[in-house]
Design a protein around this ligand. Structure first.
Ligand code: AMP
Length: 127
């Protein structure tokens, strides 16, 4: 399933349920803006998701609607999570899927943090 930008926020999505404590997660970091936890199906030795603690479907939704202070607090948190994971030295990759072409599966904005090994090319080529 993919989600498109502009859809209404679904309070039943899996990350909303994690934020409400209805579904367990392996937490990494939490503050007033963000919650970070291990991805259930890791694609790298370190694969952590950082989500805003507010109802935003996607990057489009968040960037258009979240107050500036909240946006700053969220992105600072993403950097802080990477620091706390010890990834600043070796390096890491951030990824945000948004909408249909990206195959965003969960309709709550989430930033993937990948690290722990050389990560290879940025995208799989199909040409
Ligand atoms: P995306 O394709 O960008 O929407 O990524 C969704 C991510 O959420 C995938 O990497 C999934 O493995 C991950 N995921 C789905 N359900 C859970 C869960 N309950 N706990 C942790 N990660 C999850």
């Amino acid at each position: 399933m993919s989600v498109t930008n502009g859809v209404a926020y679904d309070e039943g999505n899996i990350f909303a349920r994690i934020l409400r404590g209805e579904i367990p997660a392996k937490p990494v970091f939490e503050n007033e803006f963000a919650f970070a936890f291990h991805d259930i199906n890791p694609q790298a030795p370190v694969h952590v998701l950082v989500i805003p603690k507010a109802a935003y479907v996607s990057m489009a939704d968040f960037s258009a609607k979240a107050p500036a202070e909240f946006q700053a607090g969220f992105w600072r948190s993403v950097g802080e999570v990477a620091r706390q994971l010890g990834l600043e030295g070796p390096g890491y990759r951030l990824l945000v899927n948004a909408g249909t072409d990206s195959h965003q599966e969960v309709p709550h904005l989430h930033v993937h943090i990948f690290g722990g090994r050389p990560l290879g090319p940025m995208l799989v080529r199909h040409d």
